[in-house]
Design a protein around this ligand. Sequence first.
Ligand code: 13P
Ligand code: SF4
Length: 316
Amino acid sequence: MTATASLEQIDFVVGIKDLLIKKKAVLLAHYYQEKAIQDLADFVGDSLELSRKAATTNADIIVFAGVHFMAETAKILNPTKKVILPDLNAGCSLADACPPDAFAKFIAQHPGHVVVTYINCSAHIKAMSDYVCTSSNAVSVINAIPPEQPIIFAPDKNLGKYIMKITGRDLVLWEGSCVVHEAFSIDKLIHLAKKYPSAKVIAHPESEPHLLRMASFIGSTAKMIKYVEDSSAGEFIVATEAGILHEMRKRVPQKLLIPAPANEDNTCACSECAFMKMNTLEKLYRCLKDEQPEIQVEESLRLRALRPIERMLQHV
Ligand code: 13P
Ligand code: SF4
């Protein structure tokens, strides 16, 4: 904890550590969580790494400091564990953009297509899919499908366009997007890039094509962190949710990391995911203490969603 942490926050930290041990619970956190939660976590990772951890943990309880689809995926992969999420309302604009009824009609309109979905969707959408992927392995999943096979890709049109560019495949795209990655201001980014001419722009593939065109590197959160670590460059403009800067600053304290600017004048002048930030230390403490809200997935739905998720885990 920092010197400015309140006594109440410190009490929650002590309480959370204590409950994690007493209840044989594991705390999994995404890089977009607030700093104090990342610091408490047993494991911090991107969506693919967190799924792998959730599938293999032998803890009794999985506390997911992330958003709903991540905790739901953990439950699908490891159904005998109790999976809890500090705030059930921690959703995702991509998952919200793809309602099951409309998606079922969309699939029916495209007979003969294989359905590949980004992990940022509900269990119902996963259950309609042939493959699930994350931003980390989307290209590998698409490349493993025979070239003549037509493919629907949902729900992120920006990730879909990026995959089309990299693989040369023609995907039928669902029109969803991430509000956080669409909030970057290209004008402000150009201005910032001029101010820091040595800085490399690095971006998450949920960003819009015009922003990705400015990027020297495009990858999942884990891959962006690795790039910053391995690169010989000393300055980076980071176009993804600002929570990632915490782990980056720990790994490369000597490098200059500048958050890409958002359109709106947010308090951080960057882009933050309001869903991810719904999880707080207090909610985390209460959720561990009460062992709820708990994620439940009906068994026949779980089994249908599991098959494409298992295929996702076969790809790095
Ligand atoms: P990754 O964890 O795959 O980088 O995805 C980022 C994201 O937006 C999670 O919601
Ligand atoms: Fe969803 Fe975007 Fe938030 Fe990730 S950052 S959880 S994709 S809204």
